[in-house]
Design a protein around this ligand. Sequence first.
Ligand SMILES: [Zn+2]
Length: 410
Amino acid sequence: MKILLKNVLMISAYNAEPVKGNVIVESGKIAGINTCDCMEEDQFDEIEDLSGLLVIPGAMNTHTHVAMTLFRGFYDGLEMKRWLDGILRAETRLYDEAVYYASLVGTAEMVRHGCTAFVDMYFFEDAVARAVRDIGIRAYLTRGIVDVDGGLDKRIRENMDIFEQWHGYDGRIWVGFGPHAPYTCSMKCLEKVARIREELDTFVTIHLYETADERCKYRMEDLEKTGIFENAILVHCVHPPEDFTEVVGKHRILVSLNPASNMKLGNGIPPFMEYLEKGIPLSVGTDGAASNNSLNVWKELYLCALIAGDRVNLSELFAMLWEMPGKFFGKLGRLQEGYEADLVVINPEVPECVPLGSLRNNLVYSGIPGEVVYVMVKGEWIYREGHFTKVDMKEVLKEFEKHVERLRMH
Ligand SMILES: [Zn+2]
């Protein structure tokens, strides 16, 4: 399947200015971009004339618990401890089908805001994987692992089962391991997970230093010894100890900043500039819909821009959405030959994005990526002009509400 997207305006990478041209997609990958006026059109199976529209790489949301759309608005206005108590109680009532529909809702929300890939940590992750399969987005999934009630081996086993069943599915679904945090996982548990991760050659993701009191609960040198920092997405990192950047700088990591969730739960503001200055690979995540409550990752980028004020440039910000997570996971985040064809087509001629002369600024500082018209993942259109091509969203929303009601009643 060879597709030509012609007459587009495109921003091909984090540091590129908008240019007019064509994008060629073949076998799920970007086969090339050019600025020619005359393309030989008979060599293509599909030609889309996208005059007036902007094509950009798909954004990546590097931390969420996507099925928490079920609990959106349940415990708003509570500080972290009381919020968590409420959520943990609600989560004991979860079941597979509710997670499936909630994941369809959450992934749909991300797609509608120009996001083509996300990293997840939750339970019933098999149901999340089925939703990802059905809607067509790209995902990096983990089973949340805690080591608090003797159920550690069972949870690790479940994570491994999901790995065996889904890792590599359609070249879109990848499975890693999700130890929740060092205050819910012992060092022994982290060591075990790190060992399995290495054997299976995949990634881990873990919440780290989300709250100020975590500084007294565990130390970087102990964490480092467990091996958990290899191929790891470190989430939050709002209150890092002094040796944090030095230690993580020695490993293959990606930090996921979630400023909206941190501020909403009263945990503070991540030291974004310190990380940027030290060259730490950065990305943004929304966290779950119970603590944000939006899954639009562009809003997180907007907040990072505000935190940094005049000390950051647009390329550094776009890199957090495209380049850094793209590099961490492979060849993603650019419209460039050989990269995955995960892209978003936007109508930039909406009030939030004009004047077009400052389009890059407007995309970041409006907190929305214009009006998303089409979304492609791995060379396949999954969203076209307000409709999902693979799922009936009206039906999904109806089912979703039924499950929310059932969870509220118990
Ligand atoms: Zn989280």
